[in-house]
Design a protein around this ligand. Structure first.
Ligand code: ADP
Ligand code: MG
Length: 499
């Protein structure tokens, strides 16, 4: 029985006879055998480049040696040192299978030693040859395998995925996005050449990250239609990777992305906790960056706040430029609505535009949603775009915003309305005005926040949950029976929504 070292030593002796001395020294001496499991030998090689070179030039020699020493079903696996690591991080390895598995071994004619070929080698069935590629049609540099083409045909890897309607022209500039937009433009004009590589865009939902990334991709393609640009969400990237693993085509997956000129990955926060995908992504990232290709990423928070992500990946994210997108200010919101109206050929009175811009300040997606509802309602019911319609439409959206009211705000508003101090709201006093105000405040806390009854009790001087239930019931009863009380509650509701 062999162990990995003795097996590899014997392989080396065979290989030494087949390749010239210089190649042997350069490409084979640095290899370290790592393990032998059954007929699978794993060897450590120093870099991706090494892997590509071996696969391109010596795959047949390797295979022949392996099959001679280990057996006809010998398999080779490379463990590539992707990152040397440092004091705090272990070196990062990545394993890749040898691509030429099952291909007939070469016959080294010159020295006559293997003239008869390899006797134990069974012919490889056609479909397996196609799936794995063979010596001449495999590896990173030697072209895509038949299986890859099938994947492509199946549209697992489709085109650039760019949405043409997301452009710079319809991306409104404001203080909130100026840096991200101008960095995006710089990258679009000189992909891979500026120091903004990677360009990392981050910010909350609906603030324009996806739009901007597509705009960059579209611009690059507009300036040079030959560039290979791909946009993909990190979720889809993960799913493709998993699928490629199940189909034994992980190399095809890597190769596909390594051939891109511009790689755009949206919402990288979803890679959190996905170790293997992060590993392969890290590898692709390094390859592209070394080759001067552009990488554009987005995430919902700054790189330093990304959780569940390998430190090395996060440090790569910070290499280029990180630019955040913030909530748009009032003027930008006005400009965005006007731009959208212009694009859709819609005309709206200025006070309606203002009403929307004042009331929806969360994000641009919400703003767009409101605008679309407004346009739909007005055309369905043949109604004018007026304030009444706008208010009606906004009711639903405002309801969502209500959820964001916090207990402090409720206590402030209620104490001001009833002229009782916040201290009293939290205190033990049972004075009638205070007790009513306290109950109303608890009612709003229950209706408009996601706090539990117990948590609400805590906010009101550590009362227990049954006190909160009682308060909520009392207020409901009063709303049903006392009109002036109902008006009070409605007034307060409006205040909470608008302030
Ligand atoms: P994110 O990816 O940050 O969640 P999106 O890019 O999906 O946000 O943007 C949400 C919507 O808002 C999209 O329809 C987009 O076109 C629009 N949008 C965002 N920012 C702008 C902007 N600056 N100008 C015009 N439209 C914008
Ligand atoms: Mg997005």
């Amino acid at each position: 029985m062999h162990n990995h070292r003795s097996a590899w030593n014997q392989c080396l002796q065979i290989i030494q006879n087949q390749v010239d001395e210089k190649s042997f020294k350069t490409w084979f001496e640095p290899i370290v055998p790592l393990s032998l499991h059954g007929q699978q030998l794993t060897i450590e090689i120093p870099s991706q480049y090494f892997y590509e070179w071996l696969e391109e030039h010596f795959v047949k020699e390797l295979q022949f040696a392996l099959q001679t020493v280990i057996g006809p079903k010998a398999r080779l696996e490379y463990s590539i040192v992707v990152d040397q690591g440092d004091r705090n991080n272990r070196p990062l390895h990545m394993t890749l299978p040898n691509q030429g598995n099952g291909t007939p071994a070469p016959i080294k004619q010159e020295n006559g030693a293997f003239k008869e070929g390899y006797p134990n080698l069974k012919p490889v069935p056609q479909h397996i040859q196609q799936m794995n590629g063979n010596g001449a049609d495999s590896g990173i540099k030697t072209g895509k395998s038949a299986f890859f083409h099938r994947l492509e045909k199946d549209r697992i890897f489709d085109e650039s995925n760019l949405i043409p309607s997301y452009s710079f022209d319809n991306f409104v500039e404001g203080d909130c996005n100026r840096l991200a937009r101008s960095a995006g433009l710089a990258v679009a004009f000189k992909p891979g050449i500026t120091s903004f590589n990677p360009l990392m865009l981050y910010g909350g939902v609906g603030l324009g990250k996806t739009h901007l990334m597509h705009a960059i991709g579209n611009k690059i393609r507009e300036l040079d239609s030959q560039r290979k640009v791909i946009y993909i969400s990190s979720e889809k990237f993960t799913n493709q990777f998993i699928e490629s693993l199940t189909k034994n085509a992980a190399n095809d997956f890597t190769e596909h992305y390594m051939h891109m000129d511009v790689l755009i990955i949206d919402d990288v926060q979803f890679l959190a906790g996905k170790e293997k995908t992060q590993e392969i992504f890290f590898h692709i990232f390094n390859h592209l960056q070394q080759a001067g290709k552009q990488i554009i990423l987005s995430s919902d928070c700054s790189p330093k706040d990304l959780k569940g992500m390998h430190d090395r990946l996060i440090s790569r994210f910070k290499w280029g430029l990180t630019a955040d997108l913030q909530q748009p200010d009032f003027e930008t919101r006005m400009a965005i609505i006007q731009k959208k109206m212009q694009n859709d050929g819609v005309n709206m009175p200025i006070e309606v535009v203002e009403y929307l811009a004042i009331n929806i300040d969360t994000n641009i997606r919400e703003l767009e949603g409101a605008l679309i509802s407004l346009i739909a309602q007005s055309s369905l019911n043949k109604q004018e775009f007026d304030l009444t319609l706008a208010k009606k439409i906004l009711e639903n959206i405002v309801h969502n915003i209500e959820k964001e009211v916090d207990i402090d705000k409720i206590q402030r508003s209620v104490s001001a309305y009833f002229s009782v101090s916040i201290h009293d709201l939290k205190d033990k006093t049972r004075k009638k005005e205070v007790a009513t105000a306290r109950q109303v405040a608890m009612y709003f806390a229950k209706e408009y926040t996601d706090y539990s009854l117990k948590q609400i009790g805590q906010y009101f001087g550590g009362r227990d949950h049954s006190t909160v239930i009682h308060a909520v019931q009392c207020v409901h009863n009063l709303i049903d029976t006392d009109n002036s009380f109902k008006r009070t509650v409605d007034d307060l509701k409006k205040q909470l929504q608008t302030n």
